[in-house]
Design a protein around this ligand. Structure first.
Ligand SMILES: [Zn+2]
Length: 179
C-alpha cells in the first residue's frame, strides 16, 4: 500500500517535470507557471489515482491549454463528491466521464484561467466564495463567484459560435473594447 502511493507520487513528479520542461521552451508558457503547479499536481494525482495513464487530448484555447481526461474511470473520483459532478478542472487538467461538449469546455477553460490567476490560493478562495454564498442564503455552487464567471464566459463564447458569420465582427469588437 505504502509502496503503491510512493510510486504514484514519484510518477506524478516525473510527469510534472516533463511538463515543466516543455513549458520552459515556450517563453509565453513560463508566465504563471508556478501558479499552475499545485493544481496540475492535484490533477495528475487524481488522473493517476483513477488508473488513467495520460490525458485523452489537449485543447488549445488560445491563452490556456487544457489537458482533457475524458475517461469513464473518472467516475471513481466524482463519486467521492458531495454534489453531482459533470466535469471538473484541477490546474490544467479537465476531468469528465466522456467527451466534453464545447460549452462545458469553455466553462472549464475559465476555471483553468482562475487556477493560473490565483495558484495555491484558488481552492481556499473557491470554497470561501461558496461559504459566503451560503451565509447570504444563496446557493453554494450556483452563486459561487468563480462559477458565475465561468458560466458567463462559456455563454459569451457559445453566443459567438452560434453566429459564425458575425464571429469575425464580434471578435474585432471585443478586441477594440479591450484595447
Ligand atoms: Zn464550474
Amino acid at each position: 500500500m505504502v509502496f503503491h502511493y510512493a510510486a504514484l507520487i514519484l510518477d506524478v513528479w516525473l510527469g510534472l517535470r516533463r511538463t515543466a520542461r516543455a513549458r520552459f521552451v515556450r517563453p509565453d508558457g513560463l508566465r504563471g507557471w508556478w501558479r499552475s503547479l499545485p493544481g496540475d499536481m492535484l490533477g495528475r494525482l487524481v488522473m493517476r489515482g483513477c488508473g488513467i495513464p495520460a490525458p485523452t487530448r489537449e485543447h488549445d484555447a488560445g491563452d490556456v491549454t487544457a489537458m482533457l481526461v475524458e475517461d469513464v474511470r473518472v467516475a471513481r473520483w466524482f463519486r467521492a463528491h458531495l454534489i453531482p459532478v459533470q466535469a471538473q478542472t484541477l490546474g490544467r487538467y479537465v476531468f469528465s466521464r466522456g467527451p466534453i461538449p464545447d460549452h462545458m469546455l469553455a466553462h472549464e477553460c475559465e476555471h483553468i484561467r482562475q487556477w493560473e490567476r490565483f495558484g495555491p490560493l484558488y481552492l481556499p478562495l473557491y470554497f470561501g466564495s461558496s461559504a459566503l454564498a451560503t451565509l447570504r442564503r444563496r446557493r453554494p455552487y450556483w452563486d459561487n463567484s468563480f462559477e458565475v464567471e465561468a458560466r458567463a464566459r462559456a455563454d459569451r463564447e457559445s453566443a459567438t459560435r452560434e453566429v459564425p458569420d458575425k464571429r469575425a465582427g464580434l471578435v474585432a469588437n471585443r478586441d477594440a473594447a479591450n484595447s
